[in-house]
Design a protein around this ligand. Sequence first.
Ligand code: FAD
Ligand code: NAP
Ligand code: SF4
Length: 674
Amino acid sequence: MSEYPHIFKPLDLKFTQLKNRVLMGSMHTGLEEAKNGYERMAVYFKARAEGGVGLMVTGGVAPNFAGRVSPFASQLSFPWQVKHHRIVTSAVHQVDGAKICMQILHSGRYGYHPLCVSASRLQSPISPFKPWALTSLGIKKTIFDFANCARLAKTAGYDGVEIMGSEGYLINQFIAQRTNRRTDKYGGAFENRIRLALEIVKAVRKKTGSDFIIIFRLSMLDLVEGGSDWEEVVALAKALEAAGVNIINTGIGWHEARIPTIATMVPRAAFSWVTEKLKPEVSVPLITTNRINTPAVAEEIIANGQADMVSMARPFLADPDFMNKAQLGKTDYINTCISCNQACLDHVFENKIASCLVNPRACHETEFKQVKKSIAKNIAVVGAGPAGLSFAIEAKSLGHDVVIFERYSEIGGQFNIAKEIPGKEEFHETIRYFKTQLKALEIDLKLNTEADETVLNEFDEVIIAAGVRPRIPEIEGIQSDIVLTYQDVLLHKMPVGQSVALIGAGGIGFDAAEYLAHDPRHLPTSLDKQGFYEQWGIDTDYTNRGAIMDKNVSEPHREIYLLQRKTAKFGKDLGKTTGWIHRQSLKDKGIKMLGGVTYEKITEQGLRISINEKSQLLKVDTVVLCAGQLSNNQLYQRLESAGKIVHIIGGAKLAVEIDAKRAIDDGVRLAQII
Ligand code: FAD
Ligand code: NAP
Ligand code: SF4
């Protein structure tokens, strides 16, 4: 019997059956608008269907022009567009029992164009465009467009549609007082505000018949002022059930909410309580969502009756075979999504095609081959960080003989430092995945072994993946005993005083500040859901509209200064979708951020700096260097000069802006061509 019997139980929707309780949630990937995008989406979705997921939902497709997320975003309104979608649905339906729904998304005032519309003419704080208030005729037309879009989706072969009613998009904008100031029959009283949602559902059902899945994504937690209250959520869910939806999916947080909902510091399944709260109120199946990334968490939710289905989206970018591996009990083989957003959401916000930090193949499936190499080479890899490990695993799977040399006693490289940061515990999972793969592929791993020319000369080719070392800036007194590097603090756990100055405010400076703000004896863990709710002001009693309440901000464990030379905004180069969370977290902890700094000297009294030519002494016990990094490329240069065939990847190749996304991508791509 499967280790996870509940998630593998089919779900009966009367006219059709889902083979298991897991939904691959909607994700915009950028393929929708790319050249050969539908062909590429067909490969992408088929791979996930083959991986065993019960039901998939596409990225959002607009029902009309005004509803597009951006001017060139996808829309389904005309019969000639159907053939593109058929490429996707027919690929998916080649897999036994696989099902796919298309999400209909009208972005409302989140539309990134001047023709966007909403319930009222109120601009969102995160959009540069002020929406037009829909007229009565405009509403009628919008309902028609939803129904038309659903009908075309059915013609295109989709098994159903998901109507996007959450995350602050158009339908949600009608439902909430926050954005609906209308005085006609679509505004004012609650019954009026939900009218649009219900009329859309009824119109879709009428146009698509009774044998078509309709999922409604209902905002169960708006997490904004003026959002729905609990009674309204329940009343809407009941009305949707009566209107004929087959499944209700959970929506958490408007895009403009200032509460993290999917980032890595959000505890796993932190929001499933709200789906559970709705369970006794309706009989239609409920899907729960957000930060569910392992089969064990999904199983627990279904086994405890918190929901009928679990939605995971990013975990299927990280590993298309998630479900098959879970069914075979090969949980440790799952490449777990670490919720970093770096290659998925951040890419989409930067108008790039999405991918996955831990799996560069995601959405780029057609660029990679799995053909065994005709000539097996004998390859040495120097460094067991993300770059070296991903190279080694890919190269061995393709048929090469690989030996890894790692100077430390553990694999993982800088991930062993990253995982120490409160809120980055998921990084353990990537190291676990790498370990499992090394073992399964029987890759020869030589730990505690510094590689040098003597040992490397025996190999056909050498891969230098030796990573980076901290930059030591030239500041008078830098050799002082009060100076430590971020590695000394985070990896070697050297003692740090009660007042600290951090030199450098990049990703590592921010992470070190977060770490040092806590008492090392009581570091928070991602298991602490209550602490998360209190830190971000989430009202789990649901006594307030939008389920928000005052934050409970704890005093920092130390006095901390975070310093940078530039005058730019702090953390401006952090992730597009997560930078604000890190900034807010440090601000709430009272960390002092000083920009435009010149470092003058370090003495036993502390760090002397000047800002705008005004000198001041920061009386700190410890100075921690987070001033960027330098490549470990000396060995590469020596081998190259000696005429050896040698390649260099990851931080060793280029230290500037090196992150795990580039390190892993470098490793996998080099192995493909070597
Ligand atoms: P490394 O990870 O540095 O690995 C190099 C390995 O080579 C090391 O294990 C080293 O011991 C070994 N080595 C070196 N020389 C030799 C030798 N001669 N013989 C044998 N072994 C050798 N990145 C992100 O993308 N997202 C994040 O959120 C993130 N957070 C971070 C937080 C912190 C606190 C830190 C420190 C880093 C973080 N990073 C993050 C950065 C990320 O970890 C690095 O970019 C990535 O690890 C670089 O991978 P690499 O394989 O090139 O090098
Ligand atoms: P970084 O982002 O390049 O930041 C280096 C910091 O050091 C900057 O604030 C820089 O600011 C300062 N600095 C540079 N040279 C200096 C010098 N000579 N003297 C004094 N200060 C100097 O590098 P990092 O913080 O080491 O991070 C490395 C990489 O890891 C990043 O590129 C990032 O992608 C990745 N990372 C990502 C995350 C994440 O959450 N996504 C977290 C951690 C790390 P000034 O020049 O203005 O002083
Ligand atoms: Fe998950 Fe990060 Fe991959 Fe996105 S990029 S799917 S968040 S691991």
